[in-house]
Design a protein around this ligand. Structure first.
Ligand SMILES: O=C(O)CCC(=O)C(=O)O
Ligand SMILES: [Fe+2]
Length: 285
């Protein structure tokens, strides 16, 4: 995610973008599950995520993320690589005011617009884990918007377009880190085997093309998902982990102060039953 590719987000009304800066409290009193690293009840976690689409774990001490990943594997499926290198199974989302760690939006102190992870993958991850090692002094809030709310919002405007979003492909182009473009087609919504609505979306793209009505719907979805009143907002503390059903929840983060260090470790799991909505016509140009 290149910072030049943020233009879809920047085309949002400026008032909306400002609200990022003003968020300074949790708007939710979210359930946290307290766990000891040696006694993680994965059955319970899977059950909670099945009902709420997310869960937040508070660990009693610093977590060995590698060990966690191994224990989670039978429940969450295989770990997925997160970048071009196959070794990137544990990714650090990291900002350090002293060093410019990368030119990516993700590793800056800027806001991340609402998205699902691994949109560009043949099959997006089912579970996303974000483990907080260090949190910023101000800002750096996590935001979630649920697929069902996005669907209800579009449906309230047009049932026809809401249905088209299950069947019509959207053409995404992303810049490749070493030059050129990566193009693929993907649908926004899909119906999962469990009957729930799945979503796959990322507005940080070089270009997004679709039927005019679908493009308009995406602009509205950017608007809806990025306004704080649609979001569940909270702040991860060190030793806390957010686990999301990445097919059911969009997530983002607010900007944070320039002088803080902040670090999260991120894991992607494929899930145990691989669902629909792969990508079509992948092309590197
Ligand atoms: O920095 C955060 O809180 C979340 C960043 C994010 O979207 C991700 O790592 O997938
Ligand atoms: Fe993300």
């Amino acid at each position: 995610m290149n910072s030049q590719e943020i233009r879809y987000f920047n085309s949002l009304p400026s008032l909306l973008r400002q609200s990022y800066v003003k968020i300074n409290i949790d708007n939710s009193n979210l359930l946290r599950i307290r766990v000891e690293e040696t006694k993680i009840n994965f059955d319970e976690i899977v059950e909670v995520i099945g009902v709420r689409d997310y869960c937040i774990l508070t660990f009693s001490s610093t977590l060995d993320i590698q060990e966690f990943a191994e224990k989670a594997n039978p429940f969450f499926g295989d770990l997925m690589s997160q970048t071009q290198e196959a070794s990137s199974l544990i990714y650090s989302v990291e900002y350090n005011p002293q060093f410019n760690l990368s030119n990516m939006q993700l590793n800056s102190n800027s806001a991340q617009p609402m998205h699902t992870d691994g949109h560009f993958k043949e099959k997006s991850p089912k579970y996303l884990c974000l483990y907080c090692c260090e949190q910023a002094k101000n800002g750096g809030f996590s935001q979630m918007v649920f697929a069902d709310d996005v669907y209800s919002y579009i449906k309230s405007l047009s049932l026809e377009i809401a249905e088209q979003l299950f069947s019509e492909y959207i053409e995404y182009s992303r810049r490749r880190p070493k030059g050129g473009l990566f193009k693929y087609n993907k649908k926004l919504f899909f119906r999962r085997n469990d009957g729930k609505i799945g979503i796959s979306y990322n507005p940080i793209m070089y270009e997004i093309k679709a039927d005019k009505k679908i493009e308009q719907a995406l602009t509205l979805i950017n608007y809806f998902t990025n306004k704080p009143s649609s979001q569940t907002i909270f702040r991860l503390q060190p030793n806390e982990m957010l686990i999301l059903d990445n097919e059911r929840v969009l997530h983002g983060r607010t900007s944070f102060d320039r002088t803080s260090r902040r670090k999260l470790k991120r894991l992607w799991f494929a899930g145990r039953n691989i669902e629909e909505n792969g990508i079509k016509n992948m092309l590197i140009i």
